[in-house]
Design a protein around this ligand. Structure first.
Ligand code: GLU
Length: 298
C-alpha cells in the first residue's frame, strides 16, 4: 500500500520551493493510486509562526492538494516520541549529554576540528562515556564506526554516508526539552505507515541519520525521492531573504500559476495542461505515471 506525505514546518507560508515538494509528493501518491497525508511539523516550536499552519493548509487546498486523512500536528504527538526514546535509553543506544555549545566548540578546538558542517558542529563525543559531573542537557544517539547508511534515492541514485564521521552522535531530545526533528520525523513516518517519502533535496542529508534511527527502532525504511531544489535568482537556496515570497493562491488563477511554476521545476509539461487546477493536476498525474524510466521511476 502506497502512502506518502507532505510535512511542512509552519515557519511561514508556503513558498515556491515548498510547493514543489508538496506537488511532487501528491503527484507520486496519485500516480501510484496511493494515499497522501499532511503532517504539520511544529515540533521546533520556537521557529514556528502562529497561524502559519492554517495558512499552509489553505494554500494547499487552493491548489487542489487535499489530504486523504485529517492533518496531524507534531506538537500534539510528544508522547509518541517519548515512547520511542525510552527503549533507546534502556538499550544504551542514546546517552545524556551535558555539553553546552561552548563546551563542544572548545573540545573540537582541542581536537583540531574547527570546520562546522552546514552550521552544525560534529559532536566530539565528550559525554559518550559519562557526564563527567555535568548535568544532563540533551540526549544523543550513539553512533559507531558501523553507523554507515546506504540507500538508493529514486532521483539521486545510490547514496552513502558515514554518519559517525560526518555528523557524529546527534541529538534526539534537545536541551530545551523539545524533541529533535530527526526523532519526530522517523517516529511519525513509521506510525503513519508512510511507504514513500518525496521531499526537497535540501533534506537528503538527513536521510542517513533517519535510516540509522529506523534501524535502531526496528521500523521499516521507506522509499526516498528527493526533488530538485528551486533556486533563487542569485543561485542560492530560496529563503525569505532572497525572495522566497509567500505563494499567492488568493485566486484560482494565481493558484494555477503557482502550480504551473512548481510543475515546471519538476520537468512536467505545462502548456496545454488545462485552465484550472483540477485539469492541470490530472494532466500531470498522467505525465508523472508515464515518465518512465528515471528520473522519477518507482
Ligand atoms: N518539516 C521539514 C521541512 O519543512 C520536512 C521534513 C520531511 O519532509 O521529512 O523542512
Amino acid at each position: 500500500m502506497y502512502r506518502g506525505r507532505f510535512a511542512p514546518s509552519p515557519t511561514g507560508p508556503l513558498h515556491a520551493g515548498s510547493l514543489v515538494a508538496a506537488l511532487a509528493s501528491w503527484l507520486d501518491a496519485r500516480a501510484h493510486g496511493g494515499q497522501w497525508l499532511v503532517r504539520i511539523e511544529d515540533v521546533d516550536l520556537p521557529r514556528c509562526i502562529p497561524g502559519a499552519d492554517q495558512t499552509i493548509l489553505a494554500q494547499l487546498a487552493a491548489c487542489g492538494l487535499i489530504p486523504d486523512k485529517a492533518p496531524v500536528w507534531q506538537s500534539q504527538r510528544t508522547a509518541l516520541y517519548q515512547r520511542a526514546l525510552d527503549p533507546l535509553i534502556a538499550a544504551d543506544k542514546v546517552y545524556p549529554c551535558g555539553c553546552s555549545r561552548k563546551d563542544i566548540e572548545a573540545a573540537q578546538h582541542a581536537q583540531g576540528l574547527t570546520k562546522p558542517r552546514h552550521g552544525e558542529l560534529v559532536y566530539p563525543g565528550t559525554c559518550r562515556s559519562g557526564l563527567h559531573g555535568k548535568a544532563a542537557r540533551a540526549w544523543r544517539f550513539r553512533t559507531t564506526e558501523a553507523s554507515v547508511s546506504h540507500w538508493v534515492d529514486r532521483r539521486l541514485g545510490a547514496q552513502t554516508q558515514d554518519v559517525h564521521a560526518a555528523v557524529g552522535d546527534f541529538v534526539l531530545l534537545r536541551a530545551d526539552g523539545l524533541f529533535a526533528y530527526q526523532l519526530a520525523v522517523v517516529v511519525d513516518d513509521a506510525e503513519q505507515h508512510i511507504s514513500h517519502i518525496v521531499r526537497g533535496e535540501d533534506l537528503a542529508d538527513n536521510t542517513p541519520r533517519q535510516i540509522l534511527l529506523q534501524q535502531a527502532l526496528g521500523v521499516p525504511t521507506p522509499s526516498y525521492l528527493h526533488t530538485p531544489l528551486v533556486l533563487a535568482a542569485d543561485g542560492q537556496k530560496l529563503s525569505k531573504q532572497n525572495g522566497a515570497a509567500a505563494l499567492d493562491t488568493a485566486t484560482p488563477q494565481a493558484a494555477l500559476g503557482a502550480l504551473q511554476q512548481a510543475a515546471q521545476s519538476l520537468g512536467l509539461q505545462v502548456a496545454g495542461s488545462g485552465d484550472n487546477t483540477g485539469s492541470a493536476l490530472a494532466a500531470w498525474v498522467a505525465q508523472w505515471r508515464d515518465s518512465s524510466p528515471a528520473p522519477f521511476s518507482p
